[in-house]
Design a protein. Structure first.
Length: 246
């Protein structure tokens, strides 16, 4: 598998357009400025990145839905029908939220620790969606797991991961929102990588502050299956590879 296939571009959508996410401070997000397109239309941005980098896997976060507002269905649903693999975070909280999702083999809904109101809701959604047809996102802010007190009071991080594995979940994201758009590189990721290595059968995806291909290469060498990137793609620091080589 080439290095380029481990790169997963992130599209943060708010108000029907792609925005530039920084440190999880959603009130400060502004329309995207990209080296690859002058448009902020989600479909146009996705296709521009697909053409530039030759990749087919994307992470889509609906910021409005995460904030409890109506999802941007009119721009997201058309993308689900395209020939790309999409992981989509719609801030799923209840069965009713999940029932709106179309059943497509190329779409993996995300259950996020930040959004889930309780452990029972988590179990219900895993049963409905199927543990192998979703991705669980462990959302952190400056090293603190978001949603921990609601979902797993007094549980250690190791016990949380083991419980998710027992539920049959095979893909997990580790995302520290404070690192997003900050360009910190690998600095500060070591604590996450250290405990993730104890679960090699999990397909780990990590993101936040990645700045260049060398960092992606290091993460892949540590067993990471995918790396989420946004800012460094759009500002040109991470350029398309030739034949998957750095």
């Amino acid at each position: 598998m080439s290095l380029a296939t481990r790169l997963i571009p992130v599209l943060d959508i708010m108000g029907r357009q792609v925005v530039h996410a920084q440190k999880g401070l959603r009130s400060t997000y502004r329309p995207l400025r990209s080296a690859w397109t002058d448009s902020t239309d989600p479909g146009t941005v996705l296709r521009a990145l697909a053409a530039a980098y030759g990749i087919r896997d994307f992470y889509v976060a609906d910021v409005d839905a995460l904030e409890g507002r109506l999802p941007n269905w009119d721009v997201i649903e058309p993308m689900m029908a395209w020939p790309y693999h999409l992981m989509i975070d719609l801030g799923l909280r209840t069965i009713k939220d999940a029932e709106r999702l179309p059943s497509r083999s190329n779409v993996l809904p995300i259950l996020a620790s930040e959004s889930l109101p309780s452990l029972s809701h988590c179990h219900e959604l895993v049963r409905l969606l199927g543990p192998r047809q979703l991705v669980f996102s462990l959302d952190f802010r400056s090293g603190q797991l978001l949603g921990h007190d609601r979902l797993w009071p007094l549980w250690s991080l190791e016990k949380i991961v083991e419980h998710l594995i027992e539920l049959g979940i095979q893909r997990m994201i580790v995302l520290d929102v404070h690192r997003v758009g900050a360009g910190q590189g690998l600095d500060g990721l070591e604590p996450y990588l250290e405990w993730m290595k104890h679960y090699p059968h999990v397909q780990w995806i990590i993101g936040g502050g990645i700045s260049h291909w060398g960092e992606i290469q290091q993460l892949v060498s540590r067993g990471i299956a995918g790396v989420l990137v946004a800012t460094a793609l759009h500002d040109g620091r991470i350029q398309p590879l030739t034949h998957g080589k750095v």
